[in-house]
Design a protein around this ligand. Structure first.
Ligand SMILES: Nc1ncnc2c1ncn2[C@@H]1O[C@H](COP(=O)(O)OP(=O)(O)OP(=O)(O)O)[C@@H](O)[C@H]1O
Ligand SMILES: [Mg+2]
Length: 261
């Protein structure tokens, strides 16, 4: 496949999430993201400088990554300087949704194996920058809670208006809570009619305990029921697993996919 074809495919792939073609039937979804953008802007209006936002949810597969990316795109549409970070160092997907390879990224930087210039990538077509997860490390929570992460966010604050951070689910691992302490606020994605009340309650209690500023909920309504609930998807969902004590194996391969779980 030629490079250009790949880019075209990427756009189509993202269109599945109904965001890149505002003139199509995706209008309602695009508008919903724009409303979310406005609400986030208002809730952070008093915050000076760069707004750093953690996007998380209670459970796996509730639309965190999709929402982070789509919000990044709508923020960039109002000429904000936007950076999206994949801080799901266990099951990274940002690069994949962008149709890119997971090259050196956040984990490599935090581990001291890469510099800032090596990890920031630009998507001219979307008018945003992103940092992929990089190599999957054995100690994500440790890396994310290191002083290097704090330093990174403060460096990035000099160059961006919005930094959107994709994270794993709160009830599964503590990574999002660790990051919640370092940012302006947390956006909680919940799945329409699916996220159990208990899981959400637990998530809110954890965020409160972490003294996070919860900006609000983003209710993700599945737009393509058939695709989302296909057998294939369930298989994928079933295989979902966050890696505890997973061998590091630097050079093991970028963003190990589901098949390797
Ligand atoms: N509103 C939606 N309509 C249809 N499909 C959706 C919607 N939101 C997400 N999906 C699909 O559901 C799957 C999971 O979404 P996503 O990766 O954004 O979830 P996640 O919460 O980041 O998952 P994880 O916990 O694995 O990080 C993806 O295939 C995505 O395309
Ligand atoms: Mg995700």
């Amino acid at each position: 496949m030629k490079k250009n074809d790949k880019k075209k495919q990427t756009v189509q792939e993202l269109d599945v999430n109904k965001i890149l073609q505002p003139d199509s039937s995706s209008f309602g979804t695009v508008e919903a993201y724009k409303v979310a953008r406005t609400n986030i802007m208002f809730s952070l209006a008093e915050e000076n400088g760069c707004k750093k936002i953690v996007v998380t949810s209670a459970l796996p597969a509730e639309g965190k990554t999709t929402s982070t990316l789509n919000l990044g795109i709508v923020f960039a549409q109002v000429d904000a300087r936007v950076l999206v970070i994949d801080a799901d160092l266990r099951r990274p997907k940002i690069h994949q949704y962008l149709g890119e390879k997971n090259k050196e990224g956040l984990a490599d930087y935090l581990a001291g194996f890469a510099g800032l210039k090596d990890i920031i990538r630009t998507r001219e077509d979307l008018h945003l920058d992103y940092i992929s997860s990089g190599h999957i490390p054995p100690n994500p929570a440790e890396l994310l809670s290191s002083s290097k992460m704090e330093e990174l966010l403060s460096k990035l604050s000099e160059s961006y208006d919005y930094v959107l951070i994709d994270t794993p689910p709160v009830t599964v691992v503590a990574d999002a809570l660790v990051l919640a302490k370092l940012v302006s606020g947390v956006l909680v994605v919940a799945k329409q009619k699916q996220t159990p009340h208990d899981a959400l309650k637990k998530t809110m209690a954890s965020l409160e305990f972490a003294e996070a500023k919860v900006l609000g909920f983003l209710i993700n309504e599945t737009v393509q029921e058939k695709r989302y609930y296909s057998k294939k998807y369930y298989k994928y969902g079933y295989k979902y697993g966050y890696r505890y004590g997973y061998g590091y194996g630097y050079g093991y391969g970028y963003g190990q996919e589901d098949a390797k779980e």
